[in-house]
Design a binder for this molecule. Structure first.
Ligand SMILES: Cc1cc2nc3c(=O)[nH]c(=O)nc-3n(C[C@H](O)[C@H](O)[C@H](O)COP(=O)(O)OP(=O)(O)OC[C@H]3O[C@@H](n4cnc5c(N)ncnc54)[C@H](O)[C@@H]3O)c2cc1C
Length: 604
């Protein structure tokens, strides 16, 4: 196409530092347009009867996008947030800015690869850069196709080869400017296409009055209304300037509202902002103080009550928007009619879970292991780097191996995973900080074990390079395994934390309430679903995907397969005896008591 414009598509790499893909995009771009796509599929219902992404991760993501936008602005750029499937909005945007080049990070999971295939089929030249692992796959002492079946063999091969990760890249001081926005008939045509993509998203957004997917071609009235909503909804995602390429050919320098229409648009904008804020206030601790603040004052109580009402509304709206029947999910295959018939039960369970989440609100003084509603645990590179520095400045790494199996608290493990999962933090930055810590304070068993765990993370990534889609089959890699069974009632009880086993129920309630679960509890509850309840590991993986603030496609799939005995490990599945686990890791019952209390209060 001969243009020097490059679209940089942020995926799970929401950072400016150590972002190899971004650096490569900048190297070839005269003008760079950084974008993020809010794909409605991310919030679509799964075949298991609940929305694919819950409010924890959504709010954590919003914080990361704000942070990323600020970091880009500090470098002379900004983030454009698009609403729609990437295969729809990116081609429309590319036409609007006169390019066909998109650069992004590579993600070796089936849906993410399908996204790229769809973009290429739409005529875009998509360049991908692999960057999410600590180790460079090309530097491994074996081809990815010959990845050892067992983690220990992988680790030993890496260690005996003396393999070290590359040093992290510093963040660029400046970024190429945004492209000029084309005007004229041709551009107007593309801009409309881009707007339509926004409009399609509108029904899922708080200002619902725009068109709907079903409504077909837009009339001019509908277009006008859509435009109204589009502006509002774009801005509700923080900042009107971020949507500018789709704005009548204006430039992002052109500032705020200038016309009557713009002034009129302010009203729904404010409404939308409120809706999103309210949704964010699902969070137990957003407003009424933090767990350090102790008992709420009466002012805080009043504010809390306000937020609680708002958050109930949001949850209700959210649930009422869920068809909960047929949408996509990570694994292949749609719901059977039996599953459809049974769907109501998990839906009810899911609703209750959302209600429980709301009911967490009065528990804001309770400790949470990853209180992502606090500024120091917020999504984004800023909080991630501050956390990284704080973690390695103290004694925690030294004690990591001894404490990592803890169940509650912010300190028992590193808590890097949510930032790693959204890409606000790169594993190479973690590793560099680890080495600096060892240089300053000496290596320890704890510091070694952090490297060990980061290798687990890499292992599941390389497993995807090796096996790809086969990891998503019901039998996984184990052709001899029986097909998994699914009992919707038992599954719903597991999701809700009502299995009757106090330790399991405590874990499941913590997960739904906070979006976090320790590694130990993840293992125990996953094992319980698979080996004690005889449930379908894919349903469990989907529930974790919905709930976990640190959901990561590779680590989630890999760990579930491992526990189910459907991965590469020839030793078969892993059953964790829940009684023994409770006796070992919750000997005084404090963990069970805490979450049982939530259960009692939630039932009131
Ligand atoms: C069923 C199940 C599902 C899981 N789903 C996810 C997921 O969606 N996202 C996710 O990041 N982790 C997942 N894990 C792995 C692990 O539980 C979390 O990475 C860990 O609890 C995060 O806490 P932390 O950052 O404090 O970890 P730490 O114990 O401090 O470990 C440091 C880092 O090492 C990596 N790591 C540690 N344990 C594992 C592991 N078992 N597998 C892969 N990487 C690991 C993580 O990146 C982690 O941040 C899952 C584990 C199980 C058993």
């Amino acid at each position: 196409m001969g243009s020097d414009v490059v679209i940089f598509w942020f995926r799970s790499d929401l950072r400016v530092g150590d972002n190899l893909a971004l650096a490569e995009a900048c190297a070839s771009a005269g003008r760079l347009l950084p974008v993020y796509c809010h794909d409605p599929a991310a919030d679509a219902p799964t075949r298991w009867g609940f929305a694919r992404r819950g409010p924890h991760r959504r709010a954590f993501l919003e914080a990361a996008l704000d942070d990323l936008d600020a970091a880009l602005r500090a470098r002379g750029s900004a983030l454009l947030e698009l609403h729609g499937a990437p295969c729809e909005v990116l081609p429309a945007l590319a036409r609007a800015v006169g390019t066909d080049v998109v650069v992004c990070e590579a993600i070796a999971a089936p849906e993410e690869e399908d996204e790229l295939a769809a973009l290429r089929a739409a005529g875009l030249r998509v360049r991908t850069v692999w960057q999410s692992s600590l180790l460079d796959p090309a530097a491994l002492p074996f081809a990815p196709a010959r990845l050892p079946k067992v983690f220990t063999a992988f680790r030993q091969a890496v260690e005996s080869a003396g393999l070290q990760p590359p040093a992290p890249l510093p963040a660029a001081q400046t970024l190429p400017p945004w492209p000029d926005l084309a005007t004229g008939a041709e551009a107007a045509h593309h801009l409309r296409a881009c707007r339509r993509s926004y409009k399609d998203e509108t029904p899922a957004l708080p200002c619902r009055s725009g068109g709907s997917r079903e409504s077909g071609g837009a009339t001019s009235d509908a277009d006008a209304e859509a435009e109204h909503c589009i502006r509002a909804c774009r801005r509700s995602y923080k900042d009107e300037t971020s949507a500018l390429p789709c704005r009548s050919g204006g430039s992002r320098e052109s500032g705020g509202a200038t016309s009557d229409a713009d002034a009129e648009a302010e009203r729904p904008i404010r409404a939308c902002r409120r809706s999103y804020k309210d949704e964010a206030s699902v969070l137990p601790c957003r407003s009424g103080g933090s767990r350090e603040s102790g008992g709420a004052t009466s002012d805080a109580d009043a504010e809390a009550e306000h937020h609680l009402r708002a958050c109930r509304r949001s949850c209700k709206d959210e649930m009422s928007a869920l068809p909960c029947r047929s949408g996509g999910s990570r694994e292949s295959g749609g719901a059977t009619s039996d599953a459809d018939a049974e769907a109501e039960r998990p839906i009810r369970a899911c609703r209750r879970s959302y209600k429980d989440e709301v009911s967490v609100f009065p528990y804001r003084a309770e400790p949470a292991s990853f209180p992502w509603w606090r500024p120091d645990f917020a999504g984004g590179e800023g909080a991630a780097l501050a956390h990284l520095a704080g973690y390695f400045a103290g004694e925690r790494p030294r004690h990591y191996k001894a404490t990592r199996n803890g169940l509650s608290g912010v300190d028992f493990s590193s808590k890097f995973s949510p930032w790693l999962a959204q890409g606000a933090l790169s594993p190479r930055r973690v590793f560099a900080a680890l080495r600096r810590h060892e240089a300053a304070q000496g290596a320890s068993e704890g510091s070694y074990w952090l490297w060990f765990e980061l290798l687990w993370r890499d292992y599941f990534r390389f497993l995807h390079l090796q096996h790809g889609r086969r990891l998503y089959r019901a039998r996984g890699l184990n052709a001899a395994a029986p097909p998994p069974a699914h009992d919707p009632a038992a599954f719903a009880a597991w999701c809700e934390g009502r299995t009757g086993h106090a330790f399991i129920d405590a874990g499941m309630r913590e997960l739904a309430a906070t979006g976090w679960l320790s590694n130990r509890m993840r293992q125990v509850v996953a094992s319980y679903l698979i080996h004690d309840l005889g449930g379908d590991w894919r349903a469990g993986a989907a529930w974790f995907e919905a709930q976990l603030v640190d959901y990561d496609v590779y680590s989630n799939q890999g760990n579930w397969l491992y526990i189910a005995g459907r991965g590469t490990d020839p030793r078969g599945g892993r059953r964790f005896d829940p009684d023994r686990q409770a006796a070992t890791h919750d000997a005084d019952g404090a963990y069970r008591t805490r979450w049982a209390e939530l259960d009692r209060r939630g039932a009131d």
